[in-house]
Each structure stands twice: as C-alpha cells, then as structure tokens.
Design a protein around this ligand. Structure first.
Ligand code: HEM
Length: 519
C-alpha cells in the first residue's frame, strides 16, 4: 500500500538516474558534506532542527530510496544516527520515523496533526476523488462517518465472525488442493495459492461472489488497480514533471482501469439491489447499501461513489496483506525447523475434532501460533512504510517545528528491528519474545504499541486487524496441522523482497507438502 514502492518502472528510473548523474557531476562538492541540519544556521541561538541528509537538486533524496525503499531508509537513518530525519523527495518535504521512541515522540502528542494522507495521483482517481476510508481527509465529516461504519459495521468483531463459513470453506479448499499435489509429490507454489485463497475470501465477503462467476472479471481489473496504486507517479513527487506520467502511458492506464472498475462496481451494486429481497446473509455491498439509507449516516454517507471507494479499500487493503503475512511466516518457519516443529506440535495437540482440519473454534487455544505471527509481522511487516501520512497542521517533534503539508513515512520494519525496543537480538526470529502478552486474542495491543506497528498507529491505524488475523491464523494453522513441509532441494529459503503495494517474497515460496496421516 505504498506508492513509492513500484520501482520497476524503467522510464522513471532512467529519468531519475540521468538527472542524478548530471547533478552529481556538477555538484560533487556538495556531496562531500553529507549531512546538514534543516534549520538555517546551527548556532547556539537557532531553534533545534532535525537531520536532513543532503539531497540533489530537483530530485532531492529520491535517489537514496534504492530498490527497497524501507531498507534504504533504515540504512540512511542508521548512518546518520537519525531516528527522525527530514528528506526532500522531489519537491516534497518528508519526515521519516525509524525507531519506537521517535514514533512515540512524533505521534503521541500529535496524533491529529499527523493524521492526513497525501492526495496521491492514482489513489485520488481510483477513489472517486478521495471518497474512501484509506485516503480521505481526516477533517471531513465523511472520513469520520466512514471510519465509524468500518469499525461498527463492516469490520466489527460480530461481522467478521459472521463470515466464518467463508473462511473455513476457503481454508478447506486450500488444504484439498495442496493435498492433491502432495499425493504426486508436486512442489506447491504456496505464494500463488495463498494469494488466490485470500482473494477469494475477500471477493466472497465483499461481493458475495460464491460461485466464482465474477472472479475472473474482478480479478484482472483489481490486479491492475493494485498495480496502479503501487506505481511510481512522477507527479506525486515532482508535480511540474507530471506530463511524464502521460508520456509513460500511466495516465491512460489509470483512466482505463478507473472506468473498468466503475463498470464492474455498477453491475455488482445493481445485482445486489435486484436480489436484495429474501436473500440470505449480508455481504459488504449489502451493508454499504443499507448504510446509504440509514438516517444516522445520511448527511455524510450518501452516494454510490462512496460505496465504490470503500469497496476498493476493502479489497486492496485486505487481500495482499493477509497473503503476504502467511507467506513470510511460512518462510521463517521453514528456515527455523525447531520453531516449525513447536508450532506444529501445538496445533496438532490442540485440535480435538476428527483430525481433518482446523476450525476457527480451535484458534483461541493456539497461543504459540499467535506469537509466531506477531514475530513474523515484526520482522516482515507486509506494509513496511505503512500508508503515507501528511501533517494537516504544524506540529513540534523533539522541539523541532514540522510544517503542515509534510509527508510522513513510518518505517515499521526499522521500528521492528530497533534494538532499544527489542534488545540486541532484534534481528533474530524468536516468537517467545511475545510470551508476556497475556491475551494474544485481544487486538488492542496492536493499536497501543509504538514498537510493533504493522497495522499502523493512532487514529488512522488499520480497522481490519480482526478480519486480517482471523484469515492469517486459520490459513496458517491449517497448513501446519495438515502437512509436513520441506524445501524441494533442501537448504534455506531466501528472504528477497518484491516491492509493490504490499511487500511479498521476490521468488515464490515453493515447498513440498506431505499430507499428515489422519485417522
Ligand atoms: C495483515 C493484514 C493487514 C495489514 C498488515 C494492514 C496494514 C494496514 C496499515 C499499515 C494501514 C495504515 C495505517 C496507518 O496509516 O497508520 C492500514 C489501513 C487500513 N486498512 Fe489495513 N491491513 C491489513 C488488513 C486489512 C483488512 C483485511 C482490511 C479490510 C478488509 C483493512 C482495511 C484497512 C483500511 C480501511 C485502512 C485505512 C484506515 C484509515 O485510513 O482510517 N486492512 N492497514
């Protein structure tokens, strides 16, 4: 869910490299002084200021983001001993937060000031002019109403529980398909299977797509939406060069995708309006249509475009992230056979049914599994820079003034590796470090923490935690319960990352599954 992250775009890269090269030749001298403070002059009387690693003309610090921006930013912050630093990305002033203490200092007193989102090019178009939850302005009545609806209606605990059959059904299909492959010893592309399963769950929950009839149609359109929301639009960083996005064909792709998505939603909404009387259960479209007629929401929540914007949120925010979490967790487990064995022992000891499959009613007893998931999200947060923020008013951090309109990146990955928060072994995968959390089923700790923030922080943090953890725990528990796993040719699995909307493994996770004997 991070727009900087699609650095596979050749044209933009060539352009940036050209600008950087020319600038380096002319301004070599400047590079010899790599760090300055942002305030005018660092005298004893000048106000305190944050470190600002020196950038280049025009592009500022863009070239320092490298191929994996969250890792490059973590390295930059460590190099300058700067838990908080100010960069200029193109023409955009950007605050980067890289430790738990810095996050607390920046957000605890300034939650409101930090709660804006930048109006990024693709997001603005796809969400009908920011009429959604993820990207809308926090000061508008609409965001408050939509956020309230997401917490009390769309993603509330009872609503999430109500979709249990969908999750269990899709988990059973995943197990069945994997069992087929295990019979012939065919390696399983887990990355692909997890993505398909997570997609299917979201489509069924959001659109009631039980038959899979709409899956192909929705799949291709939403895949393109996902790509575009993660693409690097030059205009998001250097607005005066926005014409480059047109030259690169990105604007045309965006328009086409917007219209395809719109046509798809219109059809889904019309179908729901037609079938409503007497149909069983509510999917998310039904809920949104009901809210549209609800007097409590009428003044702010009153158009089809808002329904469509929120549906895109649910799909984009919910699919990739859950799949990536299970993918990274399985990666770490396969690389740590002792932890894998311990997690399997727990799930196999706890599931009391006829031994066929894990049900959601089994999950509360899987304490170690929950520790494993927390540890995985610490080491591999699926959205490592969260969704970008923007200050909506000036605020002060460590005594330094941060102006309104500053973009804010919270480096959740760097924070998860912060030795002051996690100790000298922060780089190691040790699920037991979460043992002390009394109730791992309680989702509050995710939102109260400043040291473990895969779901974000403060008033814009993820309202989908409950939904996400239900999917992740069920899929993972079933993979561990039903199969033994090994790498096809032995050895360790690599940890290379593919940068996109959400960070997945670069190389798919392909493993051999052996179906465990069941009675
Ligand atoms: C493992 C799965 C997930 C992860 C890691 C994740 C992560 C995030 C992050 C990092 C943010 C930004 C938080 C911030 O700015 O502080 C976010 C926001 C959001 N997420 Fe999730 N998410 C997940 C699953 C879901 C699901 C399943 C849904 C809904 C179906 C969802 C809906 C949202 C929405 C609507 C927002 C915007 C909140 C706002 O701006 O007010 N997420 N998520």
């Amino acid at each position: 869910m991070e727009t900087l992250q699609a650095h596979g775009d050749l044209f933009a890269r060539v352009f940036l490299v050209l600008v950087a090269t020319v600038t380096i030749l002319y301004l070599k001298r400047l590079l010899l002084t790599p760090l300055r403070r942002c305030a005018s002059a660092a005298s004893s009387s000048s106000p305190p200021s944050l470190p600002c690693p020196r950038g280049l003309p025009l592009i500022g610090n863009l070239h320092q983001l490298g191929a994996v921006p969250h890792d490059a930013l973590a390295a930059l912050s460590a190099r300058h001993a700067a838990p908080l630093m100010l960069l200029r990305l193109g023409s955009v002033p950007t605050l980067v937060v890289s430790t738990a203490d810095a996050l607390r200092a920046a957000f605890q007193p300034n939650d409101r000031a930090m709660s804006g989102r930048p109006a990024l090019c693709a997001a603005t178009r796809i969400t009908y002019g920011l009429q959604d939850i993820v990207f809308s302005h926090p000061d508008g009545a609409f965001w408050r109403a939509a956020r309230r609806a997401s917490l009390s209606e769309l993603l509330s605990a009872p609503r999430v529980r109500g979709f249990r059959d969908v999750r269990e059904g899709e988990a059973a299909s995943l197990v069945a398909a994997t069992a087929d492959m295990s019979r012939t010893g065919t390696p399983v592309n887990l990355s692909e299977k997890l993505m398909a399963t997570s997609n299917k769950i979201l489509r069924r929950v959001a659109f009631g797509d039980d038959s899979g009839e709409r899956s192909i149609e929705a799949g291709t359109v939403l895949d393109e939406t996902q790509y575009l929301l993660g693409a690097f639009f030059v205009s998001d960083y250097m607005p005066w060069l926005g014409w480059l996005d047109t030259l690169r064909g990105l604007r045309r792709r965006l328009e086409r995708n917007f219209h395809e998505l719109d046509a798809f939603y219109e059809k889904v909404i019309d179908d729901h309006l037609n079938k409503r009387a007497g149909s069983k259960g509510e999917d998310l479209v039904d809920v949104l249509l009901r809210l549209l007629g609800d007097p409590a929401y009428r003044s702010t929540f009153n158009s089809r475009d808002q329904i469509k914007g929120i549906l895109t949120d649910m799909f984009i925010a919910g699919t990739d992230t859950a799949a990536a979490t299970v993918e990274w967790t399985m990666t770490e487990l396969i690389n740590h056979p002792d932890i894998l064995a311990k997690a399997q022992q727990e799930v196999r000891g706890v599931v009391v049914d006829d031994g066929d499959i894990v049900r959601e009613s089994d999950l509360p007893r899987l304490k170690y599994l929950k520790q494993v998931i927390r540890e995985s999200m610490r080491v591999h947060p699926p959205v490592p820079l969260l969704v970008p923020r923007e200050t909506i008013e000036p605020c002060t951090v460590y005594g330094c003034e941060i102006p309104a309109g500053t973009r804010v990146f919270v480096n959740a990955k760097a924070i998860g590796q912060d030795p002051d928060a996690w100790g000298p072994d922060a780089a190691r995968f040790v699920p037991e470090r979460h043992e002390e959390i009394a109730d791992l089923s309680d989702h509050k700790p995710w939102h109260d923490s400043f040291s473990l923030v895969p779901f974000g922080v403060g008033r814009r943090s993820c309202p989908g935690v409950h939904f996400a953890t239900s999917v992740v725990e069920l899929l993972l528990a079933n993979l561990l319960f039903c199969f033994d796993w090994r790498v096809p040719h032995g050895g360790q699995v690599d940890l290379e990352q593919e940068i996109g909307l959400t960070v997945h493994r670069k190389n798919p996770l392909v493993l051999i599954a052996e179906r465990r004997c069941v009675k």
